[in-house]
Design a protein around this ligand. Structure first.
Ligand code: KG4
Ligand code: ZN
Length: 336
């Protein structure tokens, strides 16, 4: 079965053709990172304009690269939630149009559930139920996952997402946008014990997250208590920047590892699934590896290139919703 996936929830315009849920025939991802970079974060108006400009050629390229005719597609799928409302609407409108014109079913789904699904491209069989951690620029969410399509939310960030904290700290340190991959790289040469930044665990037993405190602590450490985010660049040398980056990263990783492992123990599951851009972080993977060995838990990561937003994860998950005959009508709306 051939499913076309479309993804436009944030700043990547992507289309993909996936056969039977895991065989990727094409996955075209056009990133707008360079355009948003000079603003230090995603500008919704720019994202919408770029999706509108690119969506038709991205879909066409996905069909051409897959070496199929458009009328061979069995269903069209798209994430209709969560994300930037204008951006979601562009992908959803394209998917509805194709569904109507080609007379094929429309499958809509949750972008976060698709991030969880991405691990299936490397791990065909998963021992459900599992705990899923989605860590991206917009979300830090824990789910109890019972199957590819059944996810119950058990924790979420109360303020900044983990990736957002990486990007904001990167801005304070003058590392450009997005800063997650840069912090990951330079931390390898930094001393993670150089600065003790706060770890926010919230009330006892809570599976929610909060990362705004650690971000503000980095700002105050670099620029003093009166600092305003991004106003003045602190004068730091490369060693100091690497030490602060490594110490910040360790604080975030500590909380992500501790809360996810305690969720796994609380719900007596044998596996943890990761998804989202921050799941590419090497220190996070290393620390989870150690904790999982100690607790006898299996880890399921997506391939690194499928951690970021992409349409292959959409088309893959849609295959399972298709098998459940879980289709959407053309009246379905985007939900930010
Ligand atoms: O999943 P994603 O592409 O977009 C959203 O749905 O938000 O995630 C992007 C986020 C950015 O905040 C970026 O800085 C972060 O993922 N990121 C990383 C790494 N690679 C990407 N954060 C830490 N370490 C990385 N290696
Ligand atoms: Zn995402």
């Amino acid at each position: 079965m051939l499913i076309l996936g479309i993804e436009t929830s944030c700043d990547e315009t992507s289309a993909s053709v996936v056969e039977d849920g895991t065989h990727i025939l094409s996955n075209i991802v056009v990133s707008q990172e360079a355009l948003h970079g000079r603003f230090g974060g995603v500008v919704p108006e720019i994202a919408c304009r770029e999706h509108t400009k690119g969506i038709v050629s991205v879909i066409r390229n996905a069909i051409v690269k897959a070496n199929i005719n458009i009328d061979e597609i069995d269903a069209v799928s798209v994430a209709n939630t969560p994300g930037l409302i204008g951006a979601l609407l562009i992908g959803l409108t394209a998917a509805k149009t194709l569904s109507f014109a080609l007379k094929i079913p429309l499958v809509t789904l949750n972008h976060l559930h698709a991030h969880i699904y991405a691990c299936k491209f490397d791990h065909r069989s998963i021992d459900y139920p599992a705990i899923s951690l989605v860590v991206s620029g917009g979300h830090t969410t824990l789910f109890l996952t019972k199957s590819e399509t059944k996810h119950e939310q058990i924790g979420r960030t109360l303020d900044d997402a983990a990736g957002e904290a990486f990007d904001k700290v990167g801005k304070i340190l003058g590392l450009g946008y997005p800063s997650g991959p840069v912090i990951d790289t330079i931390s390898k040469n930094g001393n993670k014990k150089a600065v003790t930044f706060p770890r926010s665990y919230l009330e006892k037993g809570s599976l929610d997250f909060s990362f705004s405190g650690v971000k503000t602590a980095v700002l105050y450490y670099c620029s003093g208590q009166d600092a305003k985010s991004g106003k003045e660049k602190p004068k730091l040398n490369d060693r100091e920047i690497a030490d602060i980056a490594a110490s910040f990263q360790e604080a975030v990783v500590d909380v992500l590892v501790d809360k996810t492992i305690s969720a796994a123990l609380q719900f007596s599951v044998n596996g943890i699934i990761f998804g989202g851009g921050v799941a590419a972080n090497s220190r996070l993977r290393q620390r989870f590896g150690e904790a999982a060995r100690q607790n006898n838990i299996s880890l399921y990561y997506p391939p690194k290139e499928l951690c970021i937003d992409n349409a292959a994860m959409i088309a893959g998950l849609a295959y399972h919703k298709y098998l459940e005959k879980n289709f959407s009508s053309l009246e379905i709306e985007a939900i930010p």
